[in-house]
Design a protein around this ligand. Structure first.
Ligand SMILES: Cc1cc2nc3c(=O)[nH]c(=O)nc-3n(C[C@H](O)[C@H](O)[C@H](O)COP(=O)(O)O)c2cc1C
Length: 220
């Protein structure tokens, strides 16, 4: 039986990104009630009703964290990476946000995938010339790239080509699916480093592991 998580609170504040609080409500469920993320309500932040898309662009940073997150788990990983590596941050922003409700999100995401109609973006890409290293944060949806990351790579992949790409993702315990192959396909001219893959309900326990992974990538 699937457990209904729709009335769950957002949980405690787990961190900050560019001064904005991060909650990731999957982390409240460490046992079977997690249900591999099934039913997780959005944190409402990707809707940008409560805040603008995160964008921290400085003149000197050499690395950039680009990410999208619906329920906050990938965002928490993004915050660890940005802090550990002094990276700039760019949150992918959509023209029409996904609903907070899980089932409604699933329905829309499935339609977009089946009809090859990834969501429209509502953002401008900054000049990426200064960045040698890009950290790319997304989540597994239907055992492939989440639709927002697919939309981003289709729109802007040519500007990432030639850079070092470090993928990081949170997922519902079924793994990365074919998402890493797709990133290689979309970015044929880039070096793709080994990914960081974390269960969406364990991102709060993965700080040390994430920082170590990120620092290693920067040091190479
Ligand atoms: C529409 C949708 C589809 C999903 N499909 C999968 C899947 O195929 N495999 C998997 O392991 N997790 C799947 N998940 C779970 C998410 O990958 C997981 O909850 C992730 O941590 C969410 O990241 P976020 O909090 O950054 O949005 C899916 C979640 C959603 C909303």
């Amino acid at each position: 039986m699937r457990i209904d998580h729709s009335n769950e609170g957002l949980g405690p504040v787990l961190g900050q990104i560019a001064g904005w609080e991060i909650r990731a409500n999957q982390t409240q469920r460490k046992n079977f009630t997690w249900g591999e993320g099934y039913g997780t309500p959005s944190d409402g932040m990707d809707t940008r009703l409560n805040r603008p898309a995160i964008r921290k662009i400085t003149p000197d940073a050499k690395s950039l964290v680009i990410y999208w997150s619906r329920s906050g788990s990938t965002e928490l990983l993004a915050s660890y990476i940005a802090a550990a590596t002094n990276s700039d941050i760019l949150e992918i922003a959509l023209a029409k946000p996904y609903p907070a409700d899980y089932q409604a999100t699933l329905k829309r995401a499935n339609f977009e995938r089946e009809h090859n109609q990834p969501p429209q973006l509502a953002m401008q890409l900054p000049d990426l010339t200064q960045y040698q290293q890009i950290f790319l944060g997304y989540q597994t949806w239907a055992m492939t790239l989440s639709q927002p990351m697919k939309a981003f790579l289709l729109a802007y992949g040519d500007q990432l080509n030639g850079k070092r790409i470090a993928p990081f993702l949170s997922q519902g315990s079924y793994g990365a699916g074919d998402s890493l192959q797709l990133i290689r396909t979309y970015l044929p001219g880039s070096q793709i480093t080994s990914p960081l893959i974390v269960d969406g309900n364990r991102v709060d326990e993965a700080r040390v592991q994430t920082e170590k992974w990120a620092r290693q990538i920067i040091s190479k």
